[in-house]
Design a protein around this ligand. Structure first.
Ligand code: HEM
Ligand SMILES: *[C@@H]1O[C@H](CO)[C@@H](O)[C@H](O)[C@H]1NC(C)=O
Ligand SMILES: *[C@@H]1O[C@H](CO)[C@@H](O)[C@H](O)[C@H]1NC(C)=O
Ligand SMILES: *[C@@H]1O[C@H](CO)[C@@H](O)[C@H](O)[C@H]1NC(C)=O
Length: 505
């Protein structure tokens, strides 16, 4: 009975649904073409390197994120050039301090064409949000990075570093050549979990390891997604193998952060809550979980998850990169390594641990850390979308809605600002030598209202870790395996960072 009815309707149904899909597709295409026209007009006065009609500049920058290619372009096009990630997403790529100031002294929102891809992973946390919600969360979380909160972290940084140094002492007995990046990574994650998330165990758990490895996948997959226009559309992305890999890695990451939240909530029940409320300075997760009711912001479970995922990622991957590249610089420039070590030995006077008061005395070490952050900024490229037009000092302008890519890596190697930019010279950062410098010439932590909330935390961690590493080991480069720079949201090395280590007595 039903069959004849169905057989007459099915073809029609098929026809109608095909027509609907085609119409929706056409509408979407029209919308995208209109946006392209708008972006093209906006970028009119900013010529750039020739771009492929479909892929844009994606092919040229696929290799390692195109850091070297970008340097070449920066030296060809004054101040800025257009940069296309496929046919429909066109940025103004900038590397001139005046340009950086014009945009980054304001608080424009993040470019959704890039940061939107973060959502399935770290959610709508502090890094991605904008508007009143961002302002409220930034205000809520800023006290978690007060110097009184940071002070006790020094011994936690030292504890995690000592565990890494013990690992290295075992390793060098067999082979002096050590790949340091991943060891630094596990150390940085361990110390972050102790400081921000109340981890008490000394061991690296399976969950820590799985999370660390998942982040390496996630950052690579997301960087590839940014450059590859075929992956831009959400619907089409989730049906590719690339998209499914991304979701699978997200699950592993969330498994880890869920565990952290669950355990902390359990620990806060009963007596412990009262004890925590009496603490003078609440730590990050206390604040997030709202243990003191006086803060009127109560986060939803989804917001809480997003902030934990955001800080778990931002708080370890960036410092991992910075510390690893710093040690690489020390290996390459033994004269600076020796000067740092002498300074540390004088300050510590035979002690094997670092205290808060020591840190301000580490002046030469700080110069070297800054110089390594200049040459190897952990976050090489950040993106904005203009909420109002901007006019640059040379008279050119970009309308509202324009997309900005600040190339921190190229900015830090701009030869108008930095004499012999490729040379490692920590003395650039002495007060005398930096007083005349443009305030937006050096911005490893970004600048303006949307700068890094963890900057003090990161600098403190880097000094403690660097001091203890230099106290216990001498580092020299492995000339057979030089690192191959790779942009993976964070600056990494494709083949890890191999150094030769010699234990000091
Ligand atoms: C050397 C280490 C670090 C570097 C180089 C670094 C760099 C940066 C940069 C460049 C931004 C701006 C990002 C953008 O505009 O998209 C940023 C933002 C941010 N960083 Fe860091 N960071 C470091 C360490 C940390 C640490 C240790 C934490 C947390 C414990 C952290 C948490 C954040 C957060 C939450 C934001 C977003 C802030 C906002 O938009 O209000 N970072 N960081
Ligand atoms: C560096 O900055 C200057 C302005 O200070 C700018 O004119 C120049 O185009 C930038 N880029 C390079 C590669 O020098
Ligand atoms: C989540 O973690 C638990 C143990 O920590 C593990 O047994 C499980 O396989 C993990 N699930 C995923 C999806 O990684
Ligand atoms: C400034 O930098 C130059 C070149 O790097 C160096 O020779 C000089 O000593 C520095 N001056 C100070 C006061 O640090």
């Amino acid at each position: 009975m039903l069959l004849p009815w169905l057989s007459s309707w099915l073809p029609r149904l098929w026809l109608w649904s095909t027509a609907l899909v085609l119409t929706l597709g056409l509408l979407q295409l029209t919308r995208m073409l209109a946006r392209r026209q708008k972006l093209l007009r906006a970028l009119d006065s900013f010529p750039g390197p020739p771009s492929h009609w479909l892929f844009g500049h994606a092919k040229e920058i696929q290799e390692g994120g195109g850091l070297d290619k970008m340097m070449l372009w920066a030296n060809t096009y004054p101040s800025a050039h257009s940069l296309w990630f496929g046919r429909f997403v066109g940025f103004l790529n900038i590397y001139d301090p005046d340009y950086a100031k014009a945009v980054y002294s304001r608080g424009d929102p993040k470019a959704w064409d890039v940061y939107g891809f973060f959502i399935p992973w770290i959610g709508n946390g502090l890094l991605v949000q904008d508007g009143p919600k961002w302002f409220q969360h930034r205000k809520l979380l800023t006290p978690a990075f007060h110097s009184e909160v940071l002070k006790p972290y020094v011994s936690l940084f030292a504890e995690s570093t000592h565990a890494m140094l013990d690992k290295w002492k075992e390793k060098v007995r067999v082979n002096k050549n050590v790949e340091i990046f991943n060891d630094v990574g596990f150390m940085a994650l361990d110390t972050l979990m102790k400081c921000l998330f109340g981890k008490t165990s000394k061991d690296q758990t399976q969950s820590d390891t799985d999370y660390y490895l998942a982040v390496a996948d996630l950052t690579l997959l997301m960087q590839e997604r940014i450059f590859t226009f075929q992956y831009h559309n959400d619907f089409l992305y989730w049906i590719t193998a690339h998209g499914r890999n991304f979701l699978r890695a997200c699950k592993v990451a969330h498994n880890h952060t869920d565990k952290v939240i669950r355990e902390r909530k359990a620990a806060l029940k009963g007596e412990k809550l009262e004890k925590t409320q009496k603490k003078r300075h609440l730590d990050f997760l206390d604040i997030l979980l709202g243990v003191k009711d006086e803060s009127k912001t109560k986060l939803s479970d989804m917001d809480l998850r997003a902030e934990v995922d955001t800080f778990m990622f931002e708080g370890h991957d960036t410092t991992t990169s910075s510390i690893s590249w710093f040690l690489y610089c020390m290996a390459l420039y033994p004269e600076h390594q020796t000067l740092c070590r002498k300074e540390i030995q004088e300050i510590l006077q035979g002690r094997d641990t670092v205290q808060w008061e020591d840190l301000a005395k580490m002046t030469y070490l700080t110069l070297c850390i800054k110089e390594s952050l200049r040459l190897y900024p952990a976050v090489p490229q950040v993106y904005r979308q203009l909420s109002k037009p901007v006019t640059f000092p040379d008279g050119r302008s970009l309308p509202k809605g324009g997309l900005i890519s600040l190339h921190i890596y190229a900015l830090h190697r701009n030869h108008t600002v930095w004499m012999d930019p490729e040379v490692f010279d920590p003395l650039r950062f002495t007060p005398e030598n930096s007083s005349g410098r443009h305030p937006f010439a050096f911005m490893p932590f970004s600048a303006g209202p949307r700068n890094c909330i963890g900057q003090q935390f990161a600098m403190t961690e880097m000094k403690v870790v660097a001091a203890l590493c230099l106290l216990h080991f001498e580092f020299s480069p492995d000339l057979t395996q030089p690192p191959i720079k790779q942009l993976q949201l964070i600056l990494r090395s494709k083949n890890g960072i191999h150094l030769n280590l010699k234990k000091l007595t």
